[in-house]
Design a binder for this molecule. Sequence first.
Ligand code: NDP
Ligand code: 2IT
Length: 453
Amino acid sequence: MSDYVNSLMAQLKAKHPAQPEFHQAVEEVADSLSIVLDRHPEYRTSKILERLIEPERIIIFRVPWVDDQGEININIGYRIETNSAIGPYKGGLRFHPSVNLGILKFLAFEQVFKNSLTTLPMGGGKGGSDFDPKGKSDLKIMRFCQAFMSELFRHIGPNTDVPAGDIGVGGREIGYLFGQYKKLRNEFTGILTGKGLNWGGSLIRPEATGYGSVYFAAEMFETRNETFEGKTCLVSGSGNVAQYAVEKILELGGKVVTLSDSNGYIYDEEGFDSEKLKFIMDLKNIKRGRIIEYSEKYKNTVYTKIDSNQDFNPLWNHKADCAFPSATQNEINAKDAQNLLNNGVYVISEGANMPTTLDGVKLFLDNKILYGPAKAANAGGVAVSGLEMSQNSMRLPWSRQEVDDRLRNIMKNIHKTCLDTADRFGTPGNYVNGANIGGFLKVADAMLDQGVV
Ligand code: NDP
Ligand code: 2IT
């Protein structure tokens, strides 16, 4: 690490201790940017990075709600508005008991670079709550969403801040949130993305993150004149991103042998097919069950419970060519990264945000595999959110084909930006530097243009 990065990190940790995920996200970006800041002293004197790591605005609020048994519950709500240099704040909402300020600051920080890479006019933000939707009735979910929006509504707007889904927030939650916003404001506007198709949503938005991460991997394969045909893939998670990553891998001729949730993972040596995937989608999206139920239906499958005392995740310890971490942050540590390499994995496309620890990333880079970091590889979701905003503004929906073609094209361009930028700054093939620098430059120049604000 350069002296500059060392001192930036020391100041950040002193000012905002106890936010390890945020420190991790900043350190990775700052490391990539050292060389840019050396070549462009104007970014350093204008304190662009120092400004980027301090969100423009943080909103924290109490969310009191009454459940269907009449009990009063109190959760914490957040919206982190990190940067609006190139467009309104844009990014998802996460409902998960682990949500805290540091996690949301890391996610909002990543979002700034990711959104810039899409080439669409979107700033970066993120929000959410420590509310746990797991196992709760639709009525409880609705009551919570209404209470959450009763405060959030005054901070968002189609030209101000446009939230969307993330962990624990899918179509159902977006519906309840949108309904409450509309009631409070008496306005039908595109204040959220991921909406239902018959009330302003875009085709392909549910599929976009998973499909995008596979399109990104396809681009990486192409640099070696290879395709997905016959490749074995490990996928983690079994939510929105994982499901559609599997769907697209199968369509492109690949084989997927794993999926997981926070309790455990399934290994199906034969690989999933469209019938098995439909079972998983119904299980997760309609029945809202657990992944263990797959192994109860398909007997040739092995289910392994995840043991939180174990210092590695056995899901990453199977022979394969590709890995699509699509569950959560830091799900691949250095030991997992080494296991992946030992098992022959040489293509990694990150559907989840920051799924790999810094020492894991270093191993992937040192081994020169095709490693697509999250802010590039999973940008397809927010890209189609941007397309949903365009369609809302025009009041004109695009066809499935039109949106999918645009998504494919955006992922191709992000891939090219990463490679070209990595080349230009002397680290060919390093998608991490490519994504961090490529995302940074556009935002930094906009900030220079707009003065100290
Ligand atoms: P979902 O809520 O649909 O699914 C999340 C999946 O990950 C579930 O299978 C969940 O299991 C598992 N998971 C969540 N937390 C943990 C944990 N702490 N340990 C182990 N497993 C866990 O979320 P998404 O699919 O939307 O999001 C997955 C990842 O992709 C996240 O990192 C998100 O930030 C990222 N992402 C999402 C985008 C989107 O458009 N939705 C866009 C870009 C990135 P369980 O049910 O047991 O909790
Ligand atoms: O991490 C992400 O990019 C998302 N959760 C999607 C954000 C969005 O606004 O669609």
